[in-house]
Design a protein around this ligand. Structure first.
Ligand SMILES: NC(=O)c1ccc[n+]([C@@H]2O[C@H](COP(=O)([O-])OP(=O)(O)OC[C@H]3O[C@@H](n4cnc5c(N)ncnc54)[C@H](O)[C@@H]3O)[C@@H](O)[C@H]2O)c1
Length: 419
């Protein structure tokens, strides 16, 4: 099978949406033009496991323009846009394995298809390809020169592999680039998570109590945007510094069990497990809506919900009602999977422009430098990060100042103190 998508008749609709996203990804487009001329990835086999969205399609086109032999599979069973998957195969000649709503077995068969491509470069969002290669498909290691990783949770997994001495090749942590997490995780997740909740439920957020678990890059974005829409935001944290920051940013901060009693909408973005656990579920008020925007669907104790509910039903697409023994109703969105990708379309193109510029340039960097890198997790080189910020500002028509010669000298000196 050289591809596996839901319905090829969706391909024209997918192409139109990919072009729409492309119009708002000028940095990636400029990289694509250079890649087209210079072919820095000529003949390199890349297996990418990313959310199959319009923005990812434009990244795949860019890598292909650079000469890469690309295969793409989904990095989440619910995040695939089926029209985009069809368009990638039909209009862009990119072998794609992804179907929205695929079961676990199909999900891993798609990852296996990507590994069968014998990648020289892996491109992950959550480290599922790298994890599978190291655990079950070690024969693939022979061809791999390096990889890239998109998200916080993936980087945490890779660092754990490093600490165990298990990681066998070098990987660039795209998430650690400033032009990635400062913007994608904060403004992208902030906007698209609320977009997911709104599209799924059509509930008003103004005047509602909205709980955010995790005040990292994503949580800050969600809290900020929810407050902007008039929600009363409560933050739950386990890190005193982050909790303090949330207090100073003007939010109420309290333990999750307390928040459960008053929450109307609860969003988890921690990368942790059972953040909404049984005590919170038991304390939750009637009608609460719960959803997750962290990478894996383990942040909410869904097994507890299933075990203790007396009945469940789908009240709207991807909105599941759990009626508890005492009559309380709790609404779970998207089966606890990334709500912004399952119920909306993921991050807007303009922010993915920078994330995927980092991916494309990190793949090029790997091709040039992997031979001299030991297995490990590497940052995106600072020149790439700064270059993307500069280009992004230019595409936005924003000009900034430069240091004068006097300022450069002053900032580099130590002998000019109080005057
Ligand atoms: N939905 C998306 O499109 C999207 C985009 C980017 C990142 N992510 C994912 O979102 C998650 C968070 O990413 P981030 O960049 O914000 O990470 P981060 O490390 O900046 O923040 C995570 C925060 O969660 C807190 N936390 C951990 N356990 C907790 C608990 N039990 N209760 C309350 N808080 C807890 C940590 O102290 C930390 O402040 C990751 O899984 C990441 O992969 C999702």
């Amino acid at each position: 099978m050289d591809h596996h998508v839901k319905d090829m008749s969706l391909s024209d609709a997918g192409k139109a949406r990919i072009e729409w996203a492309d119009a708002d990804m000028p940095v990636l487009a400029s990289i694509r033009e250079r890649f087209e001329r210079e072919k820095p990835l000529a003949g390199i086999r890349i297996s990418a496991c990313l959310h199959v969205t319009t923005e990812t399609a434009n990244l795949a086109r860019t890598l292909k323009a650079g000469g890469a032999d690309m295969v793409l599979c989904a990095s989440n069973p619910l995040s695939t846009q089926d029209d985009v998957a069809a368009a990638l195969v039909q209009h862009y000649g990119i072998r794609t394995y992804a179907i929205k709503g695929e079961d676990n077995e199909t999900y891993y068969s798609h990852i296996d298809a990507a590994i069968d491509h014998k990648p020289q470069i892996t491109m992950d969002d959550g480290a599922d390809v790298v994890g599978r290669i190291h655990a079950e498909r070690t024969e693939a290691l022979a061809d791999i020169i390096g990889g890239t990783e998109e998200t916080t949770t993936g980087v945490i997994r890779l660092r754990a592999m490093c600490a165990d001495g298990a990681l066998k090749f070098p990987i660039v942590s795209v998430n650690d680039a400033m032009t990635k997490h400062l913007f994608d995780n904060r403004y992208g997740t902030g906007q698209s998570t609320l977009d997911g909740v709104i599209r799924a439920t059509n509930r008003l957020l103004a005047g509602r109590t909205l709980v955010v678990s995790g005040y990292g890059w994503c949580g800050r974005g969600i809290a900020m945007r929810a407050a902007g829409m008039g929600s009363n935001v409560i933050v739950c944290e386990i890190d005193p510094l982050k909790a303090l920051e949330a207090v100073m940013d003007g939010y109420r901060v309290m333990p999750a069990v307390e928040a459960a009693k008053v929450c109307d909408v609860w969003l988890t973005v921690t990368g942790d497990i059972n953040v909404i656990d049984s005590p919170m579920i038991e304390a939750m008020k009637d009608g609460a809506i719960i959803a997750n925007s962290g990478h894996f669907n383990v942040e909410i104790n869904i097994p507890h919900l299933r075990e203790h509910a007396v009945s469940t039903r789908e009240v709207r697409p991807l909105v599941e009602e759990f009626v508890m023994a005492d009559g309380r109703r709790i609404y779970l969105l998207a089966d606890g999977r990334l709500v912004n990708l399952a119920c909306a379309e993921g991050h807007p193109a303009n922010v993915m422009d920078m994330s995927f510029a980092n991916q494309a340039l990190s793949a090029e960097y790997m091709v040039k430098n992997a031979a001299s890198l030991e297995p490990g997790v590497y940052p995106v080189p600072a020149e790439i990060d700064a270059g993307i910020a500069k280009l992004k500002l230019e595409t936005m028509g924003v000009k900034i100042d430069t240091l004068t010669a006097e300022q450069e000298k002053y900032l580099a000196s130590w002998n000019e103190g109080t005057v």
